[in-house]
Structures are given as C-alpha cells and as structure tokens.
Design a protein around this ligand. Sequence first.
Ligand code: FAD
Ligand code: NAP
Length: 530
Amino acid sequence: MKTDFDAVIVGAGFAGMYMLYRLRKLGLTVRVIEKADDVGGTWYWNRYPGARCDIESIQYSYSFSDELQQEWNWSERYATQSEILSYANHVVEKLSLRSDMQFGSTVETTVFDETAYHWNIGIRSGEIREFLTCRFCIMATGCLSTPNEPVVPGLEQFAGSVYHTADWPDTSVDFRNQRVAVLGTGSSGIQTAVALAAVAEHLTVFQRTPNYVVPDANHAFESEQLARVKADYPAIRAQAKLCRNGVAQEIVALSALEVSQTERNRRYQERWDKGGLTFIGAFSDLILDAAANKTVADFVREKIRTIVQDPATAKLLSPTSTFGCKRLCVSSSYYSIFNRENVALVDTSAGVDEISERGLIVAGQEYPADSIVLATGFDAMTGTLNRIRIVGKQGEALKNRWNEGPTGYLGLMISGFPNLFTITGPGSPSVLSNVLMSIEYHVNWISDCLKFMSDRKFQVIEPRTQAEDEWADEVASIVDNTLYRTCNSWYLGVNVPGKPKKFMPYPGVPSYESRCSSIAKNNYVGFDFS
Ligand code: FAD
Ligand code: NAP
C-alpha cells in the first residue's frame, strides 16, 4: 500500500538534519516533524546564559562534507549556543533542507499497522491533529531533549520568575539588579552560574552534589590557527575514530599507577593547562581502576582548595565520588566565582525544604530571590521516546517494553518495532562520545541499511530478540569493567524519581563502531528482513 512518505524523521536537531540529507540522496520521500519552531534541537532550546559546547567546535561539527568544514569559521575553541545555532541554520540553508521540514508540530503517537506494514504517525500542531503514514520511522529525538522538572514543594507559589535552562526564552533576560538562585550544578548549572555571577546583583548556587569541573582554556581563534586546523581535518577526524570518546587526542596507554606521583601530577598539570574533556585521557585507566581514579580526584580536589579562598566553601565544592563517573563539567572560571562577594553556595544534599513566595528554604533558612533558574537536567535517553505513544506489533507499547529500562539491538532498533530506528539510542555510545560523530555514524549506518534493503527488495527489517539479549549482555559486561556504576548519574537514570535504574550508553566508540560495521558487512546478522 502506498504511504504518504517513505520515511518520517522525528526531530530537526543535528541528527534529523543529516538523516534527511542522506535519505534524499537515496531518493526517498521524507518529512521531518519538529516540535520547535526551527532547527537546532539542543541548540534551539538551551539558550541559557553561558551555554556553549564542551567538545571543541572543530570536532563538534559535521565531518560528512569537507566543503562545509572548510567554509565554516568557528570564532572560539568552544562555540556559544548562538554560534552553534547559526551553524545549524547555515547547514540547513546550504543543503536546502527546510522544504521537507514541518515545525511547531509534535509527534504524539506512532502506531505500527501490521496489515499494511507501515507506521501511522499522529501529529499535533496547536489545535490541529493530522496523521501521516510512512514505511520507515526514524527517531531523531535526542538523548537530552526532555527537561527534568524537579519536584520541590511550593515552586508554584514563588512570586518571581522561574526558568529552566533547557527551555529558555528566546528573548534576552536581564538579570542585572536581581538576586538569582541557580538550582543544580551539572554542566548547565555551572555554565549559567559563571555567566550570572558577572551580571546579577547576587547569585546563590544551590548544590545537591558537587561535580568535578576541569578548565576549558577557551580562546578566540586566530585565522592562522583555524587554517592549520582545517588543513589537518582529515587527520583529526581519523584520530577521533580511534579514541574512546570520539574526541581526537593523543592515546595514552599508561596506567596512572605505573608512574611516580611527581610524573603523574606533571601530566595532570599539563592537561589541566591545556583544558578540556581530554583531561580524563591523561592515563588509560582513570575510569577503569579505583586506585588510579583516586589519584586524579585528589589532584582536582587540591586544585579546588587552591582556587577557592574560603576553606568551608572549597570543601563543599569538592566531590567525593568517582572522577568522570558523572559527565565532567568544563569551565576555567567556575571555582573562582565563589571568591566573589556577590556569590554564595548552599548545600541542598539534605533536600530543599520548600520554595516560598520569596525564595528557597533550605535547612529552615530562607534565601530570597527574584528569579530561580532550574538547571536540573534531563529525563535523558528514554524520556523523550517514552513521551510518544509508540506502539509496535501486537499492540505492544514501547513504554511498557521499557518498564525496567531500555532494551534494543545496537541502540538502533527494537524487536517488535519493525522499520523504526533510534539515532543515538540507548545501548550506543551517544552521550559518552562526541555526539555529533555518533549521530553521523548512526545516520550513515541506517542509510546503508536502507540501501541494502532496497537493492534486495526487502520491505521490513526487525532485530531478533536473541540478538538484543546478547547485545544487552555485551554492553553490561563492558560497563562492568568500568567505574560508571559507582555514582548516581543520569546515565543510570537515577536523577529522575521512579525511573528504572539501568546504565544506558555504551562506553567506547571504536569497539562499538567496529561491531556495528562488521554486523552490517555480514548481511546484518541479528536482523530479520522480509
Ligand atoms: P536534539 O538536538 O536534542 O534534537 C532533537 C529534536 O527532536 C528537538 O529539537 C526536539 O524538539 C525534537 N523532538 C523531540 N520529541 C519530539 C516529538 N515528539 N515531536 C517532534 N519533535 C520532537 N554533545 C556533545 O557531543 N558535545 C557538546 O559539547 C554538547 N553540549 C551540549 C550542551 C547542552 C546544553 C546540552 C543539553 C547537550 C549537549 N550535548 C553535547 C548533547 C547534544 O544533545 C548533542 O550533541 C546533539 O545536539 C543532539 O542532537 P540530536 O539531533 O540527536 O538531538
Ligand atoms: P545534570 O548533569 O543532570 O545536572 C543536574 C543538576 O541538578 C545536578 O546537580 C543535580 O544534582 C541537580 N538536581 C536535579 N534535580 C534536583 C532536585 N530535585 N533538587 C536539587 N537538585 C537537583 O544536567 P545538566 O547540567 O543539564 O547536564 C546534562 C548533560 O547535558 C551534561 O551531562 C552534558 O552531557 C550535557 N550538557 C553539556 C554542556 C556543555 O558544557 N556543553 C552544557 C549543558 C549540558 P545531583 O547531581 O545530586 O543529581
């Protein structure tokens, strides 16, 4: 039966944009459905002050078109949200993608029709509801696209303004002469706090758990510097493919415990000065071995004591958890804002009692505020998919299937949900990698798979449950060899009350890509075609 489109892509972030480009090249008819009023995904929604990437822009950018990477000029080592959004718009214009995109439209349901073997997509655009049919449904809905709204009693009675970093207004907010409260100290919270410390009359940072923050050493690009990078692009991209997190860096095959403390600290200092997430690559075993990990945690705690003048504040800012177990934060200025007169840190490890009309109450003390910024993160990886009613074969809802945590094969497909793909889905490196690189890998893999199907006149692809079970075991055994299970991170889902506890991403870009490519080469072993 003829469908309205060959494929529907949900989401117009970097994943949806590139997927559309590739599917057009295959000659498919495609419609992209996007909730927001424009492209950019993460970079459309997260407009909070200080928002920028934490993987260098020269790497956090598409690699599929050399023309694109040569013509675009990043102004800083880590571009701001607005520059990344301009880049997304530039790509969309250059590749003329907009004509196949529908904005301001939310996909509410996707139901598989087992008789016609197609997907029915239910879409709401304001008051208007429409249905589309398609053979392939591709979820480009993002891993970090559903804000985690904290359950704090009294929030609705607060008389001032409340903002969530992940749903920031697109008009500028003036925080001058304001007392601002920032709740949350993950990457969003620390970036917001650094930006607001410089403008707000007073800033109070409410911290439940301290995070490790390494310097970014951000700088503007000189044109000669950028020219050098552009000339090196092939080597940089190739090196990234060999690195665990998909970020090009020197690969160190040395344990932190193999060298003297002096040599260890010299190496840490070198990376500290250089700045960036590659700090964790100083030794090969920092996220694998607890004793090695302690050496780097001690180094950073010592840095905090050196930077922060008040010893009690320094102590409160010092994490006791495994270094790198939660995503590292990156900022050269965060710790030093606590030396300012207008900045205070409040410990909420025992909870926030309540939010009153005037501010936050913690341990019986009220902290007055004119605005509250919720930097409380995301219902990551599964939250956005679970908010769509996805119904597969025999009327089974994906949300029910994922009752005890997500399952699937390669993070790309789920048994019982034929022809439905998830870009950067659970069970793939996604958030443990340079996400743009993982997006490109998945989009290329899906495009090649659809070409394989079309060449053989296959209509339907679905993974086997046995392949899924084996994949789950494989991912679990890789995670078990790391220290990732030793803290309460959003990778495990524990940041959202009631969410099942399961480690969701796959650590290790090179091994993941090698597995997926070999599966494709072997006629997509683990998948059934019909
Ligand atoms: P998204 O950009 O999240 O796009 C998904 C889109 O789907 C959204 O526009 C959303 O509106 C839409 N959507 C969702 N559900 C529906 C629905 N039901 N109907 C219609 N539309 C829907 N990663 C890095 O590797 N490096 C970084 O430096 C980095 N910095 C980050 C900074 C911030 C503040 C955040 C929040 C994340 C960051 N990330 C970073 C991760 C980032 O999410 C990815 O890098 C990347 O942008 C994800 O692209 P995406 O297209 O997969 O998803
Ligand atoms: P996050 O890392 O989950 O941090 C959320 C913060 O809010 C944590 O400090 C958390 O405390 C706190 N929190 C959550 N619920 C709370 C509650 N009910 N009461 C009090 N505190 C609460 O979220 P995020 O900062 O938005 O970052 C998420 C991910 O997005 C990052 O890890 C990164 O991958 C990406 N990101 C990247 C950048 C960048 O630099 N490029 C910027 C922003 C985001 P606990 O730690 O105790 O749970």
